[in-house]
Each structure stands twice: as structure tokens, then as C-alpha cells.
Write a protein that binds this ligand. Sequence first.
Ligand SMILES: [Fe+2]
Length: 324
Amino acid sequence: MTLQANWSYPTTIKFGAGRIRELADHCKSVGMARPLLVTDRALAGLPITAQALDILEAAGLGRAVFAQVDPNPNERNMAEGIAAYKAGDHDGVICFGGGSALDLGKMVALMVGQSIPVWDLEDVGDWWTRADASRIAPIIAVPTTAGTGSEVGRAGVLTNSETHKKKIIFHPKLLPAVTICDPELTIGMPKPITAGTGMDAFAHCLEAFCSPHYHPMSQGIALEGLRLVNEYLPRAYATPDDIEARAQMMSAAAMGAVAFQKGLGAIHSLSHPVGAIYGTHHARPMPWSCRWCWISTAPPSRTVWAGRRTTWVSGAVSTASAPG
Ligand SMILES: [Fe+2]
């Protein structure tokens, strides 16, 4: 089976090895003539970033980069990014990287034309309606890890540098206009990042699957995402250039973010505050969260169905955790 496709759900997704070569075409399709590529400091010096910039430059779109992005991006990174965007008279943002770069790029696109504090757009009720939607810059997302799923999400996570609290900033127009999922971009990921981001995708699917809210579409996507991580994360970890495994993990990451519209749970409730203080990865609190949830559930409430579900998931967790 060729793992190459064009999808329109939940946004326009160009999936397949080598599709980064279409980057300039998609910039032009959404009206960008002077895009700003937002990435993180480590990625800025890697060949995959140079390749993306070469593609833009060859198409006459320049090669502008903003890379002052912390692992847990904050409002100061955002302000610097907005300043770079305005100084270069840019007309769109390419979010290129892992979760930090994707989220910060989204924040730059969102806030470059707003006059209210970003914190007023926290994902609370209808707060997103406070934004002037007409002034949000177009976004193209290019993930270089397989975990966050931010490339298909309508939110970004921003850390308040003073309070060290992470806030989810939401607006429907934060959903990228086009997402390029090219698994070749993930081949160079170090093993700890492959494992950590992969388990983040697993956590998204697991928590969505276990959420009590009614959302059968997300339920099905979460289940298949769990299966893909269970089968392909060990392969991607053991053999970094296994392009089939990298592609399936890239799918699983996007599926996790689609699925968690159903809800998240204790893992992310813990990982956001812990990560804001210690800079730890999302999936890190997963073993303790799962163990605590199981122990704290009174036996009478452990229905046969729940028991089977937990047993299945526990098996998947142990298998997928094996590499790390
Ligand atoms: Fe996460």
C-alpha cells in the first residue's frame, strides 16, 4: 500500500513522503507571497529546514525564518515573532517543527492583528469570539515530529512566563489552511524524541478513548490511533529510517489530536503544570496517571466492559513503552 494521499478532514492534508516539495505551491494557493517560517532553535540549523527554505526561495517566496522559540513557548517568544512578522511585512506563517514551533507559529498568526491580550483568548466558553477573525494570518503547518497533532488542531499552548501556567489558546481559524505531512522529515528525530512524541500521540488517543463524553467518531479514531502507535512506534524507534513506520506514526499523531476533541484526562491535567515548571514532556506522567486511575477506581465501578477496555489498553501501553 502506498502511504500517500490527499485528505480534506479535518483540513486540507497533503500526506506522503517527499510532499514537502509542494510547500511553495501551497503557500501560493492560500495567498502567501512573503511567508515567515516559524521553527525552533534546534531545527533552524538542520538540513530539513534548509530544504524547506530552498524550496521557498526557488519559488520567489524568500527564505525568512523566526526561530526564537523556547521548548515551552511563552508570550515573550510570541511578541518577538510578531515583531519579526511585521518587520518583514509577511503575509502568512509556515509553522514548521514539533509542538513548540507549531503552537508558537499559530500564536504569531493569531495575534499579529489583534489589540487584546492573548490571554483573553484562552479556550474558555466563547472567548474566541473576542478576536478579530479577519486579521488572523493564514497558516500552513509542517510537522517534523509525530506526536503533538497540533498540525490538525484549532488551538495552541502558550506558557505564561510570569506565572509558569500553560494556557490553551483557541480560535477556529487556528486550524491550518493546509498541512503537509511528510514522514521523511521525521527520519532524523533522535530516539528519545521519537519515543516521547510517539507516547504523546498515544496519550491523546488513550485519554480520548477513555473520556466519558459521547463522541463515537472520535472514539473510533482514538482506537485506531492506539493500534497504529502500538504497532509502529517500536519499529520507528528501532529503525529510524523505516518510512512506513514513520508514516503510520505521523497518521497516529494527527488522529490523536482529532480524537481528543472528545476530551483529555489526568495525563494532560498533570503534564501541563509539571511541564510548565520542569519543562518535561507531555507523555511523561502517563504511567503514574494510569496506575493512579486504576487504583483509585472502586471495584464495583469496574464494569466488565471497562475492565476489558483497560486490559486492552494496558497491553498496548506496555508494548509501546518497551523501547524507552
Ligand atoms: Fe499532549
